[in-house]
Design a protein around this ligand. Structure first.
Ligand SMILES: [Zn+2]
Length: 316
């Protein structure tokens, strides 16, 4: 267990790392947006490309051949023979995944194909502790996000009304993105939403619990100490009933305790459940800090979550 002083030192270095990591990412993001805007300008001149932007059409505009491949790998691939460029997209993946894979590979195409490439210069400038390959991968993921779910289009969904599951689904249907990509994108704009993906491992009916594996967005929001979810929980009910469930829950989810408005839906014939969790400023959130941090354990404003995100990157 860390002492108070080392905990404070850890916290400072972690926050420094996090802020330098964030500034690298935000520099790469602004580069990715500039490239996207340039690309869209070129596309508008040669082909009608409206929203949602279609990465397959954009590939066509740039003369890239698209091929479906039978690989089990969910990622796409870009290669060229002389001036002929090809993007391979996995045939077995859902369309949302194929769109993302194609958009990501378009990112690689713009990094590698353009002569006098300003993108490479800019990536070399911002890469900091990453090597160039890692910086390029981050660029391609962000380029895909910015192309498929533009920031200006998500904002209104979050401002007008509070986002509910049906609105979230509309976004997915409208923009052809996966649950996970859309969830990640929303948490980049709003700190009062969290998303949970749970996969059923097995049922232990006598103890009335489901054994699950879960991941959460934003990363580090939850530190799942317990892999069990009760049948009676909102997520548990979505598994069991195979129906959408909405409720206010007052219970710990991992280490984040408090009342949440949770909407959960079954995914993939009850082997998965997806939950959208709304953290409203009217709810009182109780944060469980580890001993030694010397911090108050009660926060009432969801904006504090960004602080919590930093804290949870500590292994304790
Ligand atoms: Zn890549």
């Amino acid at each position: 267990m860390a002492t108070t002083s080392s905990a404070v030192a850890d916290s400072t270095s972690i926050m420094d790392t996090t802020s330098s990591e964030q500034s690298t990412r935000s520099a790469i993001r602004s580069l990715a947006r500039d490239v996207r805007n340039l690309v869209l300008r070129k596309c508008r001149r040669t082909l009608q490309v409206g929203k949602p932007y279609d990465p397959f059409k954009i590939a066509e505009v740039f003369g890239i051949e698209l091929k479906l491949c039978s690989s089990a790998n969910p990622c796409g691939r870009l290669y060229h023979r002389g001036p002929e460029w090809t993007i391979l997209v996995p045939a077995s993946m859902p369309l949302s995944r194929q769109r993302f894979a194609c958009a990501h590979e378009l990112g690689h195409f713009f990094v590698r194909s353009l002569e006098n490439n300003d993108i490479i210069h800019e990536l070399l400038r911002v890469k900091e502790k990453h090597d160039f390959r890692v910086a390029e991968e981050i660029f391609c993921d962000i380029f895909a996000e910015e192309l498929l779910l533009p920031a200006e289009d998500i904002g209104p969904h979050l401002r007008e009304n509070r986002l509910h599951l049906h609105g979230f689904r509309q976004l997915i249907a409208e923009y052809g993105c996966s649950l996970q990509t859309t969830a990640i994108r929303i948490t980049q704009f709003a700190h009062d939403y969290a998303f949970l993906f749970a996969t059923l491992e097995r049922q232990r009916s006598r103890k009335n619990v489901l054994i699950v594996r879960w991941t959460a967005t934003p990363p580090g929001t939850f530190l799942p100490k317990h892999k069990t979810i009760s049948f009676a929980s909102v997520i548990g009910k979505a598994f069991v009933s195979k129906q959408d469930i909405s409720e206010t829950e007052d219970k710990p989810l991992g280490s984040l305790r408090g009342s949440y408005y949770v909407e959960a839906m079954p995914v993939g014939r009850s082997v998965g459940a997806f939950a959208l969790i709304q953290l409203s400023s009217s709810y009182q959130l109780h944060f469980a800090f580890p001993p030694g941090w010397g911090l108050t354990s009660e926060r009432t404003h969801p904006r504090q979550l960004s602080f919590w995100d930093t804290m949870t990157s500590v292994n304790y």
